[in-house]
Write a protein that binds this ligand. Sequence first.
Ligand code: CAA
Length: 256
Amino acid sequence: MGNILKHINDKTATLTINRPEALNAFNEEVIEKLEFVIEETIKDDNVGVIIITGAGEKSFIAGADIKAMQKMDQASALEFGKKGQLLTKMIENSPKPVIAAVNGFALGGGCEISLACHIRIASENAVFSQPEVSLGILPGWGGTQRLPRIVGYGLANEMIVSGKMVDAKEALRTGLVNHVVALTDLLDKCEEVASQILKNGPNAIAQSLKCINGSIGLDLESGLKMEVTRFSELFSTDETKEGLSAFVEKRKPNFR
Ligand code: CAA
């Protein structure tokens, strides 16, 4: 797929953004290709977890393509923004957990793509930033919405209005990432987390993600109602019967 490389191993698909000449910045073509590959990967029964990373040792994704944006007017910027938002929503709504393996710069749209992933694991050289205001624009792929939900309003406000760079240590301390490891260990760490996830019931995972995503904007009472409905629905599935029986019978569940 040119700009997107895909490798599947042990039910884990690793998608690598491969545009090193622009530090893996996203133009429309890259957005569309990644969307296509993610859609295809979500449908693939041989995949349970998706990892997104960037080619090379320097950059995860250096954001939206600034050279392409320079030529945009209001109408084309609206289309471009919507395309990026569609991609981030597709990642966030994936029934299969998506892990961002952040191997360097996660700037602007790159930071926003990582924010849409369910889990972020960074290498020690990772740098997160929403530098859009330095270009006279604002984060357009969900940064103003997802960043405060993940790190809180204080840090999100500072990052977005100052464009401040957040290094891996600060990202770990502030909850922006789940783990920080050496660059050489990054994909191994992501695969270790993936293998832990893959031991579990895929339908239970998908429904859990739906509950977590669905909680945003709901009051607690409505959220609990949604949760207990999905909880009870699982009891009519073979997967749940297998999981509960396996515990009682002191054996490993066979979910797949
Ligand atoms: N768009 C297009 N090209 C980019 C790019 C981007 N976002 N980021 C880097 N590149 C290109 C550079 O233009 C350069 O190409 P040329 O050799 O053809 O000039 C190449 O990648 C290497 O970059 P640098 O020479 O700049 O490398 P560096 O190590 O000196 O600096 C950097 C690295 C700090 C990441 C710097 O490239 C940079 O600041 N990039 C821009 C990052 C940015 O502002 N991203 C946010 C974009 S806005 C956005 O994403 C909006 C949104 O919400 C959707």
